[in-house]
Design a protein around this ligand. Structure first.
Ligand SMILES: Cc1cc2nc3c(=O)[nH]c(=O)nc-3n(C[C@H](O)[C@H](O)[C@H](O)COP(=O)(O)OP(=O)(O)OC[C@H]3O[C@@H](n4cnc5c(N)ncnc54)[C@H](O)[C@@H]3O)c2cc1C
Length: 399
């Protein structure tokens, strides 16, 4: 495989992780992006590396693989650049899920039992344990669970560290280079037309995040990846107030839902700089990036139910991004059966930061014909949700 030329289309965290895996495996890697690295969704999200929000299934399996890989990947990055590894702000702080209604408690208890059966650690916290772990969280709760495996990174720092490792291993980066179309011969992609000229290679990876649908259509092999908007509030730096990633039990339902209308749940976490990030919302509004006061106030109201003490805290700013989602909420990872030489790594929705390293390892396994870290079949490209009716360039959501 040495000398095989791979072009990674997109320099977000998923493209960066794929570039790193393949460059370290000795392939000749070029990463192209129409903007700057990690400047899109990867810079407009939170950095949770979660197992707690996933029910048994392929995504949970990939999340557990990724969670196990992160410390290993970061240790390797630290050998090359301690500074880059520090910028990742890896924090295995654990997550706490809090139910505030009897129905929510029942649902959370059932969900956790299924997760435990799949190998996830989920520990019930009684009222005293919860008060010790999170002194400022509401006392009006019906049950609370600690997920010790949940962790956090600074997403843009993590993407930069992964890409830096790829570049140190010989990968090249071309920014300001928009991919416009494909050159195909006998059913095989051999090059892409870009805004800065033709780029030839043996393999191409569509890692264009929420634009993966649009990009794949330009390449002649559309996949149904759509944007799902999310907005976050950022407080001014605070004295230590939130010690884990804390979210309400509604969040898990919102993650799995396909509803078009606004969904909100309280997701609260501190950052190393002291600001608290307050999310989160889910809306299907295409690529409309306007912040909506009604969305931000709905998010804030839910967060206050969880942390009443935040009522007096100033909000410094708000931002939002587009989760890349597939209608069946399962990522798309693997070879495109319609166009030889094209691979996909996307559709991670609200989990692409956490899942990036596992995705890259799985894709490398498939590309190099290695034993795979897990069964990749559930992520295959030729499933109905990926090739379905939305797999065209201009859907009702992108206009
Ligand atoms: C509010 C919010 C909160 C989130 N919180 C979390 C979280 O806590 N944990 C988590 O794991 N995930 C979270 N996510 C999801 C996560 O942000 C995404 O899954 C992840 O960033 C996707 O990374 P990516 O590399 O696939 O996409 P991106 O970061 O968007 O990168 C894609 C790149 O492709 C480039 N591109 C697109 N089209 C072209 C083209 N034609 N030519 C060249 N380049 C192109 C873009 O410029 C971009 O740089 C959140 C998302 C949102 C919106």
């Amino acid at each position: 495989m040495y000398g095989t030329r791979v072009v990674v289309l997109g320099a977000g965290i998923v493209g960066a992780a794929c570039a790193r895996e393949l460059a370290l495996a000795g392939l000749e890697v070029t990463v192209v992006d129409r903007g700057a690295p990690a400047s899109q969704t990867t810079a407009h999200c939170e950095g949770n590396v979660l197992v707690s929000d996933k029910g048994p299934g392929p995504e949970l399996e990939l999340a557990r693989i990724s969670r196990a890989l992160w410390p290993e990947v970061l240790a390797r990055i630290a050998e090359r650049s301690p500074h880059a590894a520090r910028a990742v702000e890896w924090d295995p702080k654990g997550g706490i899920v809090v139910a505030t209604t009897d129905g929510g408690a029942r649902e959370l208890t059932r969900f956790a039992a299924d997760q435990r059966a799949a190998g996830v650690r989920a520990e019930v916290l009684d009222a005293d344990d919860l008060a010790k772990a999170e002194p400022y969280v509401t006392r009006e709760h019906t049950t609370a669970l600690l997920y010790p495996e949940d962790a956090q990174v600074q997403p843009a720092g993590a993407a930069a560290a992964l890409l830096g490792d790829a570049l140190a291993a010989g990968a090249r980066l071309r920014t300001g280079c928009e991919v416009l179309g494909a050159v195909a011969r006998a059913g095989r992609i051999t090059a892409v037309h870009t805004s800065t000229g033709l780029v030839e290679a043996d393999w191409f990876i569509d890692a264009a995040g929420p634009w993966a649908g649009e990009l794949s259509a330009r390449l002649g092999a559309p996949v149904d990846v759509r944007p799902r908007r999310g907005d976050i509030l950022v407080t001014t730096p605070l004295p230590p107030t939130v010690f884990h990633k804390v979210y309400d039990a509604d969040y898990v339902g919102a993650v799995g839902s396909s509803a078009e209308d606004l969904q909100t749940s309280a997701v609260v976490e501190s950052t190393r700089g002291g600001s608290v990030l307050i999310g989160s919302s889910r809306r299907r509004v295409g690529f409309d990036d306007r912040l909506r006061p009604e969305v931000l106030s709905a998010v804030a109201a839910k967060a206050l139910r969880l942390f009443p003490t935040l009522a007096d805290v100033p909000v410094m700013r708000a931002y939002g991004g587009f989760r890349p989602y597939v209608p069946d909420h399962v990522p798309v990872i693997g070879a495109d059966p319609r166009l030889e030489g094209l691979w996909h790594a996307g559709g991670h929705e609200g989990a692409g930061i956490g899942l990036s390293v596992g995705t890259a390892r799985l894709l490398r396994n498939m590309m190099l014909g290695e034993p795979t870290v897990m069964d990749a079949t559930p992520f295959r490209v030729d499933r109905p949700a990926v090739l379905g009716e939305g797999a065209h360039p201009v859907s009702e959501e992108t206009t």
